[in-house]
Design a protein around this ligand. Structure first.
Ligand code: BES
Ligand code: ZN
Ligand code: ZN
Length: 492
């Protein structure tokens, strides 16, 4: 869907009420900007009185609403020297402040901030305004109150330009949130592939592989997961050529399990509805492709998503079944609920055989165990390459999508030994996120730089944060877009 916030830029001469005044804090005291001081004078000291009465310090996210006879003014605290993602969070909090004051439009006084600062602030507010109201037919939920924010800026063109880049990334985040929010009766593999096809409009080349095509390629693991479903499986290949022809692409791979019942190893009923967002990894990939195109990032990137539905059925895979992967390795499927790694394994092989990748990053809501380890605060990062891991981690921190490095290694890897095939699809009772990552690593050839993000704790927000409302988060888009824009693959 979209944001309930629209952003506009105007020149400072058109400042009008209601007005938001950004107030920095210095050594625990509020510091009005030059324009703020002038306004206070015009209002006969109403602002300084309100500051005194409310003990407003200008701390990040603090606000005071001043209802002067001339009009409403919100004093909004921006703290001391906010930088990077802190500025985005301030923007998100500002939208809450505007909504609490029940205002539908606001002009933002911006005399003390530069264009990049303002663009980040507006971006944060815009992200916070996301809503998915498609399936409400009545009331406020169906039509959330729209807010218009006008930034009165000295350099209108410059500020607009700076914001455009962010707006492109926001489009990708919103696409990912939409996909995650859709229920599985609507978003099944074929429909999902059609939605990916729409990226052609943004200049991305999209190819859809159906089951017959995947059978020819030998993608038996992916097909095995989907074989219990009436809905056909798909794989989608999305190519963005932002860089030179000669540059080998970064390949992104996403788990797209449109619904995960667990299959024959069926999950308990309680909370199973959450498994509609078991395609969060693929949504991050699709959203990132959209963001790369909209923000015109000068890199070559290929996005691959494996789209399946994991269902129990007479035709479904069963515990003990042995399946030959696209790589040629055989897998004994002990637990049909450990299906994401089966899908990813074949897509990873496809990536290496058909895409000449410089590096691969996969994203997946892969294990419940990562929730036990890291909660809903950071994703788990597994990688065979320190340079790559460090770069992903810093892109995550810088974009507000943190990730924490987790181990791989022979001691874990050997837990996947099978008595009948090259490997089992699960390890022991403990360390489930690590053995899942080790399983994936077995499908990476010649130590190609690879990283795996287990985002099971991050794809869906049970609690809102400043720039992420409840529900589908679009986690990964911001981090990946930044990583791709900044990382020099020659460093590997
Ligand atoms: N989709 C789940 C993982 C998951 C759990 C995602 C909770 C989001 C929230 C995955 O396919 C799964 O079921 N994993 C099993 C693996 C086990 C059978 C080894 C798990 O985590 O329990
Ligand atoms: Zn599962
Ligand atoms: Zn799953």
């Amino acid at each position: 869907m979209s944001s309930r916030l629209s952003i506009e830029f105007s020149s400072p001469s058109s400042v009008s009420y209601p007005l938001m005044v950004l107030v920095a804090s210095k050594d625990g005291a509020p510091r009005l900007s030059a324009a703020g001081v002038a306004l206070d004078k015009d209002l006969g000291g109403a602002l300084s009185r309100a500051i005194k009465e409310s003990d407003f310090k200008g701390e990040a996210g603090e606000d005071v609403v001043v209802r002067a006879s001339e009009g409403t003014v919100i004093l909004f605290g921006i703290g001391e020297d906010a930088a990077g993602v802190e500025i985005e969070n301030l923007g998100g909090q500002a939208l809450s402040s505007i909504s609490r004051a029940k205002l539908k439009e606001i002009t933002l006084g911006t005399d003390a901030q530069n264009n990049d600062w303002l663009a980040s602030f507006a971006y944060g507010a815009y992200l916070a305004g996301y809503h998915f109201s498609r399936y409400f037919t009545k009331g406020k939920s169906a039509k959330p109150t729209q807010v218009k924010m006008t930034l009165a800026v000295a350099d209108k063109t410059g500020a607009e330009e700076a914001y455009q880049h962010h707006a492109g990334i926001a489009a990708g985040v919103f696409l990912a949130r939409d996909l995650v929010s859709e229920p599985s009766n609507i978003l099944y593999p074929a429909e999902y592939a059609e939605r990916c096809k729409k990226l052609t409009e943004s200049g991305i080349d999209v190819e859809i592989l159906n089951e017959a095509k995947m059978q020819k390629l030998g993608m038996n693991l992916l097909l095995a997961v989907g074989q219990g479903s009436d809905r056909e499986s798909r794989m989608v290949v999305m190519r963005w050529q932002g860089g030179k022809k000669s540059e080998s692409p970064i390949v992104l791979v996403g788990k797209g399990v449109c619904f995960d019942t667990g299959g024959i190893s069926i999950k308990p009923a309680g909370g199973m509805e959450d498994m509609k967002w078991d395609m969060g990894g693929s949504a991050a990939v699709v959203g990132t492709m959209q963001a790369l195109a909209k923000a015109d990032i000068k890199r070559n990137v290929i996005g691959l998503v494996g789209l399946v539905e994991n269902m129990p059925d007479g035709k479904a895979i069963k515990p003990g079944d042995v399946v030959k992967s696209m790589s040629g390795q055989t897998v004994e499927i002990i637990n049909t609920d450990a299906e994401g790694r089966l899908v990813l394994a074949d897509v990873l092989t496809y990536a290496q055989q058909h895409c000449t990748p410089s590096l691969i990053i996969d994203l997946a809501t892969l294990t419940g165990a990562i929730l036990v380890s890291l909660g809903m605060v950071q994703s788990g990062l597994f990688s065979n390459n320190d340079t790559l891991a460090e770069a992903i981690q810093s892109a995550g921190t810088a974009s507000g999508e943190a990730t924490w490095r987790m181990p791989l290694g022979a001691e874990y890897n050997k837990l996947l030994a099978s008595k009948i095939a090259d490997m089992k699809n699960i390890g022991g009772r403990y360390g489930g996120s690590v053995t899942a990552a080790c399983f994936l690593e077995r499908f990476i050839e010649n130590s190609l730089p690879w990283a795996h993000l287990d985002i099971a704790g991050m794809a869906w927000a049970q609690k809102a944060t400043p720039t992420v409302p409840l529900g589908g988060t679009g986690y990964g888009v911001r981090m990946l877009t930044r990583f791709i824009a900044d990382f020099d693959t020659a460093r590997l």
